[in-house]
Design a protein around this ligand. Structure first.
Ligand code: AKG
Length: 289
């Protein structure tokens, strides 16, 4: 596992330095068309299936029940936000993407890690006219893991600009010491019974911080550190979709660390705080020779 494809991946020393300095980096042209085609087909299949989660309706309702003010205009003509997690466990195209595609050696190189575990994947589709913004958040707040070598690769299948929902990163925020609470993703309201501070609403006020964003074409990806605060706008386009897949990886120093109030996965019942991430539900997908 590993070795040879390392050198085949086009990640420069400067890219690695940017990732660790800014907490996010954009890599151009690193995902071949064949990977995008197979995942796009699987994604459309998921959208048509009963597994597809209409986050505009479902996420909105959960957040509303928790007391958040969420958008109520869900008229037929506006776009919807579809999202889901852990498709690699049931859909071969997502499994192969998460375990065998260039995303894996890219994560290993950026995390400077000799071993990579697959934490999860997410589908994140914002159809044209989607009003929901992605609330600013830190991925680590949702992960039952701790460590510095943890990242998210974000792979768009369509051309993306800030207006159609490119991720917006708060530069350098991965170095901040504050622990932040997870929120409901489409509202700033923090999940109940979670620990830490609320993430400021950087959509409203940047508070003097620098926001970094990348316009991308299919084949490009962005990778952010699990502590980097990020969010996204809705999709203001009338015709361009914003289909993206996030795959999240842990490196050498990651260990299980349970966070009160954050949603758990079934296998979390079988591991203990401080254990290595290795488990069939969090498999090793890369090991240096
Ligand atoms: O695609 C989005 O709107 C948000 C994605 C995100 O925050 C993530 O994958 O960590």
């Amino acid at each position: 596992m590993g070795g040879e494809s390392f050198s085949a991946v086009n990640v420069s020393d400067e890219d690695v330095a940017t990732f660790w300095r800014d907490g996010a980096v954009c890599l151009r042209g690193v995902i071949p068309q064949s990977w995008r085609d197979s995942v796009a087909e699987a994604l459309e299949d998921w959208l048509r299936s009963p597994d597809c989660l209409d986050f505009t309706a479902y996420g909105g309702e959960i957040a509303r029940q928790a007391g958040a003010e969420v958008l109520t205009d869900i008229g037929e003509r506006r776009g919807r936000f579809y999202s889901g997690t852990d498709h690699w466990q049931t859909r071969p195209a997502f499994r192969d993407l998460a375990q065998l595609s260039p995303l894996v050696p890219i994560a290993a190189r950026l995390l400077r890690s000799r071993k990579i575990n697959l934490y999860e994947d997410s589908i994140l589709v914002k159809e044209p006219g989607t009003l929901e913004k992605t609330a600013f958040h830190q991925d680590i707040a949702y992960f039952h893991a701790e460590g510095h070598q943890i990242c998210t690769t974000w792979m768009p299948l369509d051309p993306v600009t800030v207006e159609t929902g490119a991720l917006k990163f708060i530069r350098g925020s991965h170095l901040w010491k504050t622990q932040y609470r997870p929120n409901f993703f489409i509202t700033e309201l923090a999940m109940p019974d979670t620990e830490g501070e609320n993430v400021p609403n950087f959509h409203k006020d940047r508070r003097g911080h620098e926001v970094v964003s990348f316009a991308t074409e299919p084949g490009d990806i962005t990778v952010h550190h699990a502590r980097t605060i990020h969010g996204a706008d809705g999709n203001a386009s009338t015709h361009i979709r914003r289909r993206a897949i996030s795959v999240r990886y842990c490196g050498d120093d990651a260990r299980y660390y349970f966070r009160k109030g954050a949603p758990r996965k079934p296998h979390h019942e079988e591991v203990r705080q401080g254990d290595l991430m290795d488990h069939p539900a969090c498999p090793i997908v890369w090991q240096a020779d």
